[in-house]
Design a protein around this ligand. Structure first.
Ligand code: NI
Length: 135
């Protein structure tokens, strides 16, 4: 019997969407305002969900304090108030779209779960635009 537990988190970060091998016009055409060379920020909201069996000893799928600390260490401390393009190594050569960010977050958290715990990450870039990744 699997149950899903979820934790919400938040970080603010700046980014710019562009390809260095495209000229300014092509970047503007594909990425619009998001290619602004001076960067722009988002208030990212995150939902991290872990699905797995209930531990009969604790009654937990996962200790939420442990999940909270994992998110803080691997996501908030790494991304919050950062320029994703310039300060976060994962995006040095990877466009920091919501799609790529959610995959990176998943990759950072997954190794810290047990093999019988499934991970889904949902990332809101704006209140209306969000992406999710299950691995
Ligand atoms: Ni943006």
């Amino acid at each position: 019997m699997n149950v899903t537990v979820s934790r919400k988190a938040h970080f603010n970060a700046a980014h710019r969407l562009y390809r260095p091998d495209w000229d300014a016009n092509q970047n503007e055409q594909v990425f619009g305002k998001c290619s602004n060379p001076y960067f722009h920020g988002h208030n990212y909201e995150l939902i991290v969900s872990v699905t797995g069996p209930i531990d009969p000893q604790t009654g937990y799928v996962m200790d939420m304090k442990v999940l909270k600390d994992l998110i803080k260490e691997h996501v908030e401390d790494a991304f919050d108030h950062k320029n994703l393009n310039e300060q976060v190594p994962e995006f040095k050569n990877l466009n920091p779209t919501a799609e790529n960010i959610v995959v990176v977050i998943h990759q950072k958290l997954k190794p810290h779960l047990t093999s019988d715990q499934a991970l889904e990450v949902t990332l809101y870039e704006t209140p209306r635009n969000f992406v999710s990744f299950k691995g």
